[in-house]
Structure formats: C-alpha cells, structure tokens
Design a protein around this ligand. Structure first.
Ligand SMILES: [Zn+2]
Length: 531
C-alpha cells in the first residue's frame, strides 16, 4: 500500500503538470494558438499520456483508480482537440471576445485555465484592474490578425455562428466606449481600435465563408470516440438516437395526457414585469428549498440560502444574446412557471465561492475538487439538473399547480429535440439550417422559433461541444440505472436522501465512475477500456 500511495502522489504530480502544460502561452496579453504552438502542446501531451500509461493502478482502491480515469479522460479530451476539433484552426468562434456559449461550458482549457480573454469589469476600473484590462483591449487587433492566419480549416457553419456572436462582441465594446467617455477618456482610442478590428474580422468571415470547406459534424466515429473516451459513456450514436427519440416521444405523450387532465384548469398567468419576474422566481426558490427539506430528498447545508437572485435563470430584458424584450423559449416557459428552471439551476448550476456548486466538498480530493475540463463538468451537472426536474415533479413539487406539469414536459421535449438535432448534425445528415429547423419545429407550442436566441445559443453549444445536448438525456438515464442498482443493493435501507447525498459526495465526475465507486460494478469501465 505504501508503494501504491507514492504512485498515487505521482498521479497528482502528473495532473498538476498536465494542467500547466495545456495553458496557452500568453505574451503581452496575446495567447499563442499558432500551428507551431499547438504542435508543441500536442507533442508534450503525448509524453504526459505515456507517463500516465506507465502508472500501475491494479492494487489501488476504487476511489484512487477513479481519480486516475478522471485524469485519463481529460487527457483524452485534449487529444481529441488536436485530432478533431482543432478549434484554433477550425472554429472562428474560438476567438470570441464575449461568451458565446463556449466559455460558459468551460469546455476549453484555453479559457478555463487562463485569463487571456476579455471580461466585463465593473466600471470605472479600479487601479488594480486598469492595466490588465487595458492590455486585454489593446491586444484585440493582434488577436484577430493571428486568428486570420490560424483559421486554415475554418468551417463555414461555425463561421456563420461566429458572425452572429460578433454582433454581441461589438455591442459590448460599444458599451465600454460609452462608459470610457465618462470615466477613462484615454482608453477611448484603444477601444475604438478594438471595435474596428472586431468589425474587420466579422467582415473577413463574411467574405471568406463561401470559400471555407470543412464539415461542421464530426462524424459518428469521432462522436463515439469522444463519448467513450472523454465522457466515459458506454454507449454509441445509434443507442443515443434510440434512447433520445424514446424520451422525446414520452415527453410529448405525457404532455398530451397532462393537457387532457388539466383542460378545465385556469390558463397560465404570464409574468408581466421585472418586479414580478423576481418575486415569482424567489417564491419558487423558497418553495423548492422547503420541499427538499420536508420531503427528505437531499441533505441541504444549514447555511445554504435558496437560489440567490444573481443566479436566477430568467433575467428580465436580457435574452441569451442580450436582445431586450425578446420572447423566446426561456421567456415563454419561465414566465408561465419558473419552477422547472429554478430546480434545474439549483441542482446544476448554483455556484458558491470560487465556481463550486453548493454540494461540492472542498479540500478533500486534489483532482476531483477541480473543475473538470471540457464539457465533462457540465455534462454531469446537466444530467443531474435535467433529471431532477421530473424527479421532483413526480415527488410532488408541482401538485398544487397542475398546469406547471405541462411546462415540465415542454422543457423535456425541448431538450430531446435539441439532442436529436445534435446527433443528426454531427452525423452530417443535417446542415446547421436543418438542425435549427428540426429543433424549432419539434418544440411544442412554437415556443422556440427559428431566430430565437435560445435556439441559436443551443445549436451553437451542440456544434462546439459535441455531446453536450445528448448528455442531458443519456446521463439522466444512467442515473436511473444507478438508482435502481442502489435500491437493490441497499434494500429497505435505500432512501432518496441517501442516494442523492452519496451521488453528490462523489464529486463532479463522469456518472460511470460514480457508479463504479458506489456499486463496485466495473462492467461499464471494463467495456470502455476494451475498445
Ligand atoms: Zn443546465
């Protein structure tokens, strides 16, 4: 055991080295994503993977072996970047100034491990932020110069999405300019140059889009490799398709049953102003917290507040792309009944402190306590958050508001329709336009129109983070399997609270690893390793 403990420490050292190695090299604020820099990163990665392969883990206990596979999956993610996604040469949106969907997902280490990107500071700038922010603004023209050289395999459909997001980038910079005219006049020429460079890059994309040839879908084979080796999901594209189509059919059927049951119930009350929006979300957050405690669903720390206001999912006057007064899917659903989304955010994205979700422990596990790279972090969180929406509904959370159950099924249909579009776009059966049309046409009530920000936002997410949309449904179903298995193992000792507590305590890692740790069943991990 002594020997294996020292080998475990070598795993932690390797983890630290790996995380350092993949940070972009930043000189005077400019990150280096040239072909040469990326080739160096890839060569270094291969050496790190070789060292990982030499660590013997057979006599380690399961939790330590799980940590090993966590690192292995992250390294596989970087390998996939270099072999397939190649964002720096393939995806113009990689150079977005503002968050498209990409940084939010933490899917790319270049932003999640480095602070080279622009951010939205409090204005006026503090002395502490001033120099740093000035450098970030100044570097923008150089960043786009580099982008034009690096984007040798740019994909036309990813360019189309980037062109749309550039409008948001320009809006942000224009906002800075207005503020600088009041607070920091000397920064005005710098932000003006940044605006010119951003517009120029956007025009460059418009002009060059027709000569770009790459495919947006990564193909079934790559998709399966990514899901098996990075997300550690023991299924492939065909199984995903069947599973998700069934879930979509179920959501629509249950919606129809619910609508029949509720046909004599009063219609929805739509939120009509900002104050009402806040108060309805606050009521939902308080009710949720009480329900979780009263029904003994999960252990809630004593000091935890209901979801705080700055994390409410619906922000009045601000859609995904900051179009005020836009009535898209988020608005249609949340303004009728915010609870589904409040429950989702509470379990999936309620961050406290330094990007830790409320249930995450700190300081116990060096590797697991970190935010997972790529979409591994969000994939597991989204599966839990998506699953909990219906689990809480079936547990009685919506019993006093029957029509709210319909909203829950509409959300399910939305997520499943999006995931089907994800699969078909990545198998290259659908173009971007086909994906948007299919997604929009399959959301009930026409609540997600084709120019809806939520539709574009989610399709972007799907294309830039393969599997993100499918993970909601597949992960939820993997949790059903785990709940079934734990209930069999524990018999009369099984409680929901025990189940959710032990699931959360495992940390944010792929569900197949949590299952191995909780049940001792190694079949899935053996399957994944045998491929
Ligand atoms: Zn979510």
């Amino acid at each position: 055991m002594k020997k294996s403990l020292s080998e475990y420490h070598s795993l932690i050292d390797l983890f630290k080295e790996f995380r350092e190695h993949i940070k972009p090299v930043v000189v005077n604020g400019l990150p280096n994503f040239t072909a040469y820099a990326m080739e160096n990163q890839y060569n270094g990665l291969k050496l790190l993977q070789e060292r990982l392969g030499n660590i013997q883990i057979n006599d380690w206990d399961i939790p330590h072996q799980v940590d090993y596979h966590v690192l292995r999956s992250e390294m596989n993610g970087v390998e996939f970047d270099h072999k397939v996604l190649k964002q720096w040469s393939r995806d113009p949106g990689f150079y977005n100034l503002t968050d498209g969907i990409y940084p939010r997902l933490l899917v790319h280490h270049s932003r999640s491990l480095s602070d080279w990107g622009l951010y939205e500071p409090e204005l006026p700038l503090t002395t502490k932020d001033y120099e740093d922010f000035k450098i970030k603004l100044k570097v923008i023209p150089k960043l786009f110069d580099q982008a034009k050289r690096n984007l040798t395999d740019a994909v036309p459909e990813l360019a189309e999405i980037a062109i749309r997001i550039k409008e948001k980038d320009i809006q942000l910079l224009d906002g800075f300019k207005k503020e600088f005219l009041i607070h920091h006049q000397e920064l005005v020429p710098i932000v003006e140059e940044a605006i010119i460079a951003t517009k120029d890059f956007r025009n460059w994309l418009i002009e060059n889009k027709s000569s770009m040839v790459g495919k947006v879908g990564i193909g079934k084979e790559n998709y399966n490799w990514w899901m098996k080796n990075v997300h550690l999901i023991p299924y492939g594209w065909n199984e995903f398709y069947t599973m998700i189509q069934n879930d979509y059919n179920r959501a629509i059927s249950f919606l129809k049953i619910e609508q029949n049951k509720n046909k004599n119930e009063p219609g929805y009350h739509l939120t009509s102003n900002a104050a009402e929006n806040l108060s309805r979300q606050r009521d939902a957050a308080i009710k949720l917290m009480k329900f979780l405690n009263d029904e003994e669903i999960i252990t809630i720390p004593d000091q935890l507040e209901p979801l705080p206001i700055d994390q409410y999912p619906r922000v009045w006057g601000s859609s995904a792309y900051k179009r005020p007064n836009h009535m898209g899917f988020f608005e249609q659903t949340n303004d009728r009944e915010p609870m589904t989304n409040i429950a989702h955010v509470f379990f999936g994205h309620y961050y406290i402190g330094d990007r830790k979700i409320w249930y995450q422990k700190s300081g116990e596990h060096y590797i697991r306590d970190k935010i997972r790279l790529y979409d591994i972090h969000e994939a597991r969180s989204e599966a839990l958050a998506f699953g909990i929406e219906e689990w809480l509904m079936q547990a009685g959370l919506f019993d006093d508001r029957p029509r709210s159950r319909e909203i829950n099924y509409v959300w399910q249909a939305f997520r499943n329709a999006r995931a089907l579009a994800d699969l078909k776009m990545h198998s290259n059966e659908f173009s971007l336009k086909d994906g948007i049309n299919f997604f929009s046409d399959n959301v009930p009530n026409n609540w997600a129109e084709k120019d809806d920000d939520a539709v574009w936002w989610d399709i972007e997410e799907t294309l830039r983070a393969p599997g993100h949309s499918t993970n909601y449904i597949v992960g939820k179903n993997m949790m059903h399997q785990l709940m079934m298995e734990r209930s069999k193992q524990l018999g009369s000792d099984f409680t929901l609270k025990l189940f959710f507590d032990e699931f959360m305590n495992g940390g944010i890692i792929p569900i197949s690893l949590t299952r191995w740790e909780l049940t001792g069943y190694k079949d899935q991990i053996d399957d994944l390793l045998s491929i």
